[in-house]
Ligand binder design. Structure first.
Ligand SMILES: *[C@@H]1O[C@H](CO)[C@@H](O)[C@H](O)[C@H]1NC(C)=O
Ligand SMILES: *[C@@H]1O[C@H](CO)[C@@H](O)[C@H](O)[C@H]1NC(C)=O
Ligand SMILES: *[C@@H]1O[C@H](CO)[C@@H](O)[C@H](O)[C@H]1NC(C)=O
Ligand SMILES: *[C@@H]1O[C@H](CO)[C@@H](O)[C@H](O)[C@H]1NC(C)=O
Ligand SMILES: *[C@@H]1O[C@H](CO)[C@@H](O)[C@H](O)[C@H]1NC(C)=O
Ligand SMILES: *[C@@H]1O[C@H](CO)[C@@H](O)[C@H](O)[C@H]1NC(C)=O
Length: 562
């Protein structure tokens, strides 16, 4: 009992103590809580007042010093809007540069190095601020969505972008050239080209593959300095402005894609342009307009005629030169035939054609451009499998060909060389039992020579395949002008044979001295970069080679006044 009572007493004591404690605590707490609540509310009010109208009045003045010593989150948001305050207006003045490429505007912006430097910084800062602020999550999500979308419609929606030209302060020469009218600039370029300084060895260019590396280097420099291209916005998709980036006609698509994304050479002001691009795809035209089995190209031809006539009626530029400063890039086999309904288009316009056939009366050597036919299987990785040709001692095959037997040359080739002699691996379509041991591409890398006979048309994607896979191309197609024939010395890295020499094929190939062969192979490897499509175009690559050829053709039209 005693124990119980003894036990009860402290129990009661404790209960009372607890209750008192709670009451006391409650009393204290209530006051404290009230105080705390009041403090928080006041702080919240202050915070809201300083944060909400913050950008508004900072854009007008900058009374930011007051708040600068508060919490971390506050300072970051402070820096953020400081960034906006300081850089946003500059960013706006910097942005017109890519869009107004007129000489004067360029001069004005680039003449002041301080401005161009700060505008570069601005761009960087604005980007990093955006990246680190709350925008980043949204951006990431958007990026993911874009990536998914990209994967979905994969090939043709490939996004390519060219970075803007680096804003270096202009030299006096640049200022001079930019002050000239387009015609004056062309005359200037022509004069300069005739007095090109002689380059014997250039660190960046492999002289042996060029006809005249001094001329090439100079005209390329002049292109970079001067050339502006106007792209007609007219024309509906898919025939216009919608490039196809895969397949054997990919060249026209890649050029269109990269040209339209280009900031260095494209001008939005046609008065400043030296060249006018007709942005259509011959392949898309065939798919959209040709009636299967009709054997009638007239509708395609009329379509282009009407397009050009509509441009000539709408703008003054076509009639000014009757189309001589206009150009097109078409890789589809029918490219030249569907120009025939419009006389000026067929005759005057600068044409970059895969089907560079002299005998058709459309392609004109020295004026038109032989466009390389590139087979692109995966537009996301256009450089797949390139390179890796075997050493000569490990190339057991002297000559290799596999393909369908259309056109006039291939049946003759097979009649003479199919299953005839050792080292001559000349097939129709690559037989399954052969392909299972060694793929087509492996064949090319293991052969000394790759035969590139014409098909229905003179051109063949094998020529560029041979360049990619490091096999000396043997071109057999009378009347064919090989790609970039005005600039490149094809004898330095290829064999060009007349069709009548097919019976002597082996004799001719065996007769090539090893020394010369090794030289050609080394040159071929140096040629590769000029035949590559890059997602971001690089100096001297295929995009620029094509554009340069067109520029060179434009220069040849120019008459130097006495
Ligand atoms: C581009 O610049 C030229 C010359 O400075 C000017 O006349 C023209 O209005 C400008 N165009 C645009 C769209 O700003
Ligand atoms: C602009 O940038 C160049 C190179 O980046 C530098 O040499 C030059 O001093 C800079 N000019 C100014 C005013 O910052
Ligand atoms: C943005 O974040 C990156 C890392 O995520 C950091 O390197 C960079 O300095 C930050 N930039 C700014 C302006 O805070
Ligand atoms: C290349 O062109 C330059 C400039 O026109 C000329 O001086 C030179 O003789 C040419 N070289 C050859 C090998 O034709
Ligand atoms: C090529 O130029 C470099 C310097 O630019 C020089 O050292 C070399 O001797 C030159 N080679 C030939 C073959 O002229
Ligand atoms: C260009 O010439 C064609 C035919 O001569 C004519 O129909 C068209 O109206 C001319 N365009 C302009 C802009 O004057």
């Amino acid at each position: 009992m005693a124990g119980l009572r003894r036990g009860e007493a402290p129990w009661h004591e404790m209960n009372k103590l607890l209750i008192r404690l709670i009451v006391v605590l409650y009393k204290v707490d209530r006051r404290k809580v009230f105080l705390l609540g009041a403090t928080i509310t006041t702080l919240g009010l202050i915070l809201q007042i300083t944060l909400v109208p913050f950008p508004l009045f900072t854009w007008l003045h900058s009374p930011l010093v007051r708040v600068s010593s508060t919490s971390n989150s506050l300072t970051t948001s402070l820096q953020l809007s400081l960034g906006q305050v300081r850089y946003w207006p500059l960013y706006q003045t910097a942005s017109p540069v890519p869009f107004n490429t007129s000489a004067q505007a360029l001069n004005e912006v680039q003449a002041s190095p301080a401005l161009s430097n700060s505008s570069v910084e601005t761009l960087k800062k604005v980007h990093s601020v955006e990246g680190n602020a709350t925008v980043s999550k949204r951006k990431r999500r958007k990026g993911r969505r874009r990536r998914r979308r990209k994967r979905e419609d994969a090939e043709d929606e490939l996004e390519v972008e060219t970075p803007p030209p680096p804003p270096t302060p202009p030299t006096p020469l640049q200022r001079h050239v930019w002050s000239l009218s387009p015609n004056e600039a062309l005359v200037y370029a022509k004069r300069e080209l005739q007095n090109a300084p002689v380059v014997t060895n250039d660190s960046d260019l492999h002289a042996p593959i060029f006809k005249n590396v001094s001329m090439f280097k100079r005209s390329y420099e002049l292109m970079e300095l001067i050339l502006k291209v106007y792209i007609y916005p007219d024309g509906e998709r898919p025939i216009f402005h919608e490039p196809q980036l895969s397949g054997i006609y990919a060249s026209e698509g890649w050029f269109m894609k990269l040209m339209e994304a280009n900031r260095q050479f494209v001008t939005r002001d046609p008065e400043k342009a030296h060249l006018f691009y007709l942005p259509y795809s011959a392949r898309q035209l065939q798919q959209a307009v040709y009636v299967e089995g009709s054997h009638n190209l007239a509708p395609l031809s009329h379509f282009l005629r009407d397009y050009v006539n509509s441009l000539a009626a709408k703008y003054p530029f076509w009639n000014r030169t009757h189309g001589a400063d206009h150009f097109l890039v078409a890789c589809h086999d029918w490219g030249p035939y569907i120009l025939k309904s419009h006389k000026e288009l067929a005759k005057n316009t600068i044409k970059a054609l895969c089907n560079a056939d002299l005998s058709e009366g459309v392609f004109e050597a020295g004026k038109d451009i032989s466009l390389p036919e590139t087979t692109i299987k995966r537009p996301r990785s256009p450089h797949r499998n390139i390179g890796g040709g075997k050493r000569v001692s490990q190339r057991p095959i002297l000559a290799f060909f596999a393909g369908n037997l259309h056109g006039r040359v291939r049946p003759v080739l097979l009649r003479h060389w199919h299953n005839k002699e050792q080292g001559m691996h000349i097939y129709g379509p690559l037989p399954q039992n052969v392909a299972s041991k060694m793929t087509y591409i492996e064949h090319m890398k293991s052969s000394k020579f790759c035969i590139c006979p014409m098909g229905y048309e003179v051109n063949s994607p094998r020529i560029v395949e041979a360049v990619y896979y490091e096999c000396i191309p043997v071109i057999i197609a009378d009347n064919f002008i090989p790609p970039f024939f005005d600039e490149l010395d094809w004898s330095a890295f290829s064999i060009i044979l007349p069709e009548k020499d097919i019976p002597r094929l082996k004799e001719i190939l065996v007769g090539i001295p090893l020394r010369r062969y090794l030289n050609m192979l080394a040159n071929l490897k140096m040629l590769q970069r000029h035949f590559l499509w890059n997602l971001r175009p690089m100096k001297y690559d295929l995009f620029h080679m094509i554009l340069h050829s067109i520029w060179l053709s434009r220069l040849t039209q120019v008459q130097i006044p006495d």
